[in-house]
Design a protein around this ligand. Structure first.
Ligand code: IMP
Length: 501
């Protein structure tokens, strides 16, 4: 006879937090948003891997490439670079994040010496950058010959077939810095010479990167940057339970700080075997597993060696797993049960295994709810897909700017093998994800700052200045359908139709 869970399957929007006493010491600037993301003996040792904000970006083609990973790590969160690409290109993305030096930008606006003004304009249109480097072979690390900025030509006077050599600022008129120079030295040169950018060159004249005046200022605005012990940005990567014997060593070699086995249903022998192989062959790397939605799934993965466990099936915005396969659980119920299992496991063994609530975050307050329900950190896809830094195209659709966002279980994502490896597209009888648009929302940092300000404010309302304290003190209530209506603006004629997240 089938077993039926007593509790209904509930989601975030069905809960609210009841405020606790807010003391004078409970202010947003005192809230500690750091969180441990791998297992440890709580109370005996400190967690060996902590992130500065409890947010991670989803293991998805439309979300986590090196560009988004850099932007997120600079604000204090962590990305997991998508695994639905060849091993070589995923490792290269990891490498790009690890090589990134705040303030030293690898130029992706480059042309060769035989280019013309029309090539310059095409590069500018593609990248949106106003400084174009001219190198001997047209690559980002070729020998620098000159640079072109909008001060070097007049759109109305300079014919578009004019050779770049005739109007660029040549190398001998440029101020440059030598590779190895510190950012503050580079900044001093920028100020001394009243220039906007400083090309950094290797000993043999190759372009290493550019320091821009505005980026240096930017750097000072990122006090929460997530750095490893060599002051490099931190980055994670997604793996699967098929090619791990090759993918894992390549990602470790590239410098990945943590891995996660990415699957919509992680309660499987395949994941246990993957974990066991990694623990035997690459014991230095931390690896999470998932996704699960109940105690049995959690225990299984923890006993197989998982360093953290990811929770959530079917709650993702682009996800149709529940409709297609009839498996899953409301995200709130899943997090509440797995958090209980984690606490029970800790009580028995003294080992605390962090859990990550993955998918289904729609409003900013859902982030706080997920943490209050016991998640140590959260993973988001749709949220990040909306920003400038996500890898997808920004389009104008019916007068509104949107970005593309598709599920990893959609045909579009699964076709990667055909394009990347020249192999067969994954044979699929049905899809588990859709291809969609999300409203464009601007820069990651601007949005995340606002979301985190809301989380901090709610934590203070709940009398908590750390995530652990919130988990212990939170008082949650299930809302009725009628009180959900009461919670939005009601019985007024709103001036703007926009909903605030
Ligand atoms: P979101 O933040 O609600 O957009 O959810 C993102 C999460 O959805 C990811 O981290 C995955 O766990 C999950 N996901 C990604 N692609 C698919 C898919 O194609 N089908 C089902 N779930 C997916």
């Amino acid at each position: 006879m089938a077993m039926i869970f007593e509790q209904e399957s509930r989601t975030f929007s069905e809960y609210l937090l009841i405020p606790n006493l807010t003391t004078r010491l409970c202010t947003p600037d005192r809230v500690d948003m750091t969180t441990g993301i791998v297992k440890y003996r709580k109370g005996v040792e400190t967690c060996p891997l902590r992130i500065n904000l409890p947010v991670t970006s989803a293991v998805m083609q439309a979300v986590s490439d090196s560009g988004l990973a850099i932007a997120l790590a600079r604000t204090g969160g962590l990305s997991f670079i998508f695994g639905s690409q060849s091993i070589a290109s995923q490792a290269e993305m990891v490498r790009r994040v690890k090589k990134y030096k705040a303030g030293l930008v690898q130029s992706d606006s480059n042309i060769g010496p035989d280019s013309t003004l029309s090539d310059v304009l095409a590069v500018k249109a593609r990248t949106g950058h106003s400084t174009v480097a001219v190198t001997d072979d047209g690559t980002a690390n070729g020998r620098l010959i000159g640079i072109v900025t909008s001060r070097d030509y007049r759109m109305t006077r300079t014919p578009t077939d004019t050779p770049v050599k005739s109007f660029m600022t040549p190398l001998d008129h440029l101020v440059t810095g030598r590779e190895g120079i510190s950012l503050s030295e580079a900044n001093d040169i920028i100020w001394e010479h009243k220039i906007n950018q400083l090309p950094i060159l290797s000993e043999d004249g190759r372009l290493v990167g550019m320091v821009f005046r505005k980026d240096y200022d930017d750097h000072k605005e990122n006090p929460d940057e997530l750095l490893d012990n060599q002051k490099r940005l931190m980055v994670g990567a997604g793996i699967n339970s098929r090619d791990y014997t090759e993918r894992v060593p390549a990602l470790v070699e590239a410098g990945a700080d943590i891995l996660v086995i990415d699957s919509s249903d992680g309660f499987s022998q395949y994941q246990a075997e993957t974990l066991q192989w990694i623990k035997q062959h690459n014991p230095e790397i931390k690896v999470g597993a998932g996704n699960v939605v109940d105690e049995e799934g959690f225990r299984y993965l923890v006993e197989a060696g998982a360093d953290f466990v990811k929770v959530g099936i079917g709650g993702g915005s682009i996800c149709i797993t529940r409709e297609q396969k009839g498996i899953g659980r409301g995200q709130a119920s899943a997090v509440l049960e797995v958090a209980k299992a984690r606490d029970a496991y800790f009580a028995e063994t003294g080992i605390y295994v962090p859990i990550c609530s993955d998918g289904g975050i729609v409003y900013d307050y859902h982030m706080t709810l997920a943490l209050a329900m016991g998640a140590d950190f959260i993973m988001l896809g749709r949220y990040f897909a909306r920003f400038d830094e996500s890898p997808t195209r920004k389009l104008l659709v019916n007068g509104t700017y949107v970005k593309e966002y598709w599920g990893e279980g959609s045909n579009r994502a699964r076709n990667w093998q055909r394009y990347d490896d020249g192999g067969e597209a994954g044979k699929m009888a049905f899809e588990e994800g859709v291809d969609s648009y999300v409203p464009y929302a601007g820069k990651l940092k601007d949005n995340l700052d606002v979301s985190m300000a809301k989380v901090r404010a709610t934590m203070c309302a709940c009398g908590s200045v750390s995530i652990e304290e919130l988990q212990q003190k939170a008082r949650l209530v299930v809302v009725s359908a009628t009180s959900i209506v009461e919670g939005g603006a009601h019985d007024v004629i709103q001036k703007e139709s926009e909903r605030h997240g």
